[in-house]
Design a protein around this ligand. Structure first.
Ligand SMILES: Nc1ncnc2c1ncn2[C@@H]1O[C@H](COP(=O)(O)OP(=O)(O)OP(=O)(O)O)[C@@H](O)[C@H]1O
Ligand SMILES: [Mg+2]
Length: 269
């Protein structure tokens, strides 16, 4: 498929994948949504903002091969293009994370314009349609920097008993960032992950979340699918590892919803 934006610099759309809860499917969503967007002909830069580096390894970037990372973007002023590495997915590049990022919190605290650091470095015309940020499981300064830098936030929500816990804090943080730092920020949507249709709890959580967030919740739900959890150990997105598995198909559907919502948000629909 033609990749029209890859040769020209234009302002990409910036999305953060965030939830301060651990293990809810942020990285799986970031990697597979990015890949699904590429499958529709878009070009994407994924920025791994989590010191754990799961998005980087899940895309086949070996820790030993990382020369520069999101840390250098934040603190060394290295341009994103000099850090971005090509992945095995055509159209998808990644700015990997490194262990140095685990010290970023402390370094950010005393930085000038500390909330704007990432925005100042990352928001520029680039040869991508989308820049996707995989956030760490906290509402730390790194996540705050992501919210200040992006246009919208996608929140993965695991279908479990405590799913809604912490969401008020998350939506309040987004609201606070909108008021003080980034008036254009919006909650793009909430995506239910690890959905098990045979399990009553999944249905109950879905009902609750849809009642609470209305049409902010994507129609597409991501099923619990072992292929999604196997793929990273091969350094591949599930969509490449097994494009016919239910998880891959769901992320392809989610990508078309995300594109549609972005068009509405930019007034291009
Ligand atoms: N839909 C799914 N079906 C089955 N397993 C999944 C699914 N989504 C994610 N997983 C698995 O659950 C675990 C947590 O997922 P993931 O790493 O994407 O979450 P996370 O929110 O990024 O975690 P962290 O907060 O640690 O960054 C991983 O082992 C992943 O492979
Ligand atoms: Mg993660």
């Amino acid at each position: 498929m033609a990749r029209k934006a890859s040769t020209r610099n234009s302002m990409p759309r910036f999305l953060a994948i965030a939830n301060q809860k651990g293990g809810v499917g942020k990285t799986t969503t970031a990697v597979n949504l990015a890949t699904a967007l590429c499958a529709t002909g878009k070009s994407v830069l994924l920025v791994d903002l989590d010191p754990q580096g799961n998005a980087s390894t899940g895309l086949g970037v070996r820790r030993s091969a990382i020369r520069s990372s999101a840390y250098d973007l934040l603190f060394e002023d290295t341009p994103p293009e000099d850090i971005a590495k090509q992945t095995k997915v055509p159209g998808l590049k990644v700015i990997p994370s490194s262990m140095h990022l685990s010290g970023a919190e402390i370094e950010l605290v005393n930085s000038p314009r500390r909330e704007y650091k990432l925005r100042d470095r990352l928001r520029r015309a680039m040869p991508y349609d989308y820049v996707i940020l995989d956030c760490p499981p906290s509402l730390s300064l790194l996540t705050l920097n992501a919210f200040v830098a992006v246009d919208s936030v996608v929140v993965p929500l695991q279908c479990e008993f405590y799913a809604l816990e912490g969401l008020t804090q998350l939506t309040k943080t987004i609201e606070r960032v909108r008021q003080h730092f980034n008036s254009d920020l919006s909650l793009q949507g909430v995506v239910l992950t690890m959905y098990d249709k045979r399990n009553n709890l999944s249905h109950m959580v879905e009902d609750d979340v849809r009642e609470h967030f209305g049409d902010k919740v994507y129609k597409t739900v991501i099923p619990r699918n072992v292929r999604l959890s196997e793929a990273p150990s091969y350094g591949l997105p599930a969509i490449v590892y097994d494009m016919h598995c239910p998880g891959a198909k769901a992320y392809i559907k989610l990508a078309s919803e995300v594109i549609k919502r972005e068009k509405t948000l930019t007034g291009a629909a």
